[in-house]
Write a protein that binds this ligand. Structure first.
Ligand code: SAH
Length: 213
């Protein structure tokens, strides 16, 4: 698990490229420039880790494009100490970015193998979230709700009600909605029943799968 000056140089360039593409939040760019993304990928992709590309991880899933991670994180407006729920742990990269920004991260993944692998990996590199679990993200993680912010990192056919219910008043929910592509959507909870909705163009994610029991 090497992280050398070559990797560091490449991710500085990646952060500059994301700034050119429109990411403005300095903290987010700093997180991208800091976190060793190549360690989150299979070593066969190591050389490409700092290009703005999505890559396969375990169990047929993908780690999102750095631009997508940066874009969603910027929309969250993370502040230190906030409780953030992430749906779709995947490789753990997004969770690491949120932790770097000082958030208390609660993350859920529906693939057991991937959950196990990522929980171990994040611990090994010193980026353990506050809480990581295996289960159905449509239901959120009720035990620790409400959250200041919620981020969904898989394409949702609709906005799950349980996630809306687990958002604090004043909180932000960032979720890609639709089949293919998805529309990046931001909900701001104004009051118990009042949500404001904003949309931000097309993205492509693996689907947020529903357990059909
Ligand atoms: N945030 C991840 C992106 C992973 S891709 C990263 O930084 O790497 C999306 C992930 O969502 C996949 O790992 C997939 O297994 C998971 N997923 C899909 N449906 C889910 C659900 N209903 N609940 C929780 N996780 C889900």
């Amino acid at each position: 698990m090497e992280d050398n000056y070559r990797h560091q140089g490449k991710r500085k360039l990646l952060a500059e490229k994301l700034a050119d593409k429109g990411i403005k939040d300095e903290q987010v760019l700093e997180a991208i420039a800091h976190i060793p993304r190549h360690l989150f990928l299979d070593s066969s992709f190591e050389d490409h880790a700092y290009q703005d590309k999505a890559f396969p991880i375990a169990a047929g899933q993908t780690i999102s494009h750095p631009f997508t991670v940066a874009f969603q994180t910027e929309l969250l407006q993370v502040k230190r100490g906030e409780k953030i729920l992430e749906v779709g742990t995947g490789s753990g990269y997004q969770a690491a970015v949120l932790k770097y920004l000082g958030a208390k991260v609660y993350t859920i993944e529906r693939q057991h193998k991937l959950y196990k692998k990522t929980a171990n990996f994040l611990k090994n590199i010193g980026y353990s979230p506050k809480y990581i679990t295996f289960g159905d993200g449509y239901k959120g993680i009720k035990a620790y709700a409400p959250y200041h912010k919620i981020i969904v990192t898989a394409g949702a056919p609709y906005i799950p009600k349980d996630l809306m219910a687990q958002l604090k008043i004043g909180g932000r929910l960032v979720i890609p909605v639709g089949e293919d592509p998805q529309i990046m959507t931001l909900l701001i909870r104004k009051d118990v029943k009042k949500f404001e909705k904003y949309t931000f163009g097309e993205f492509r994610f693996v689907p947020l799968l529903e357990n059909k029991n």
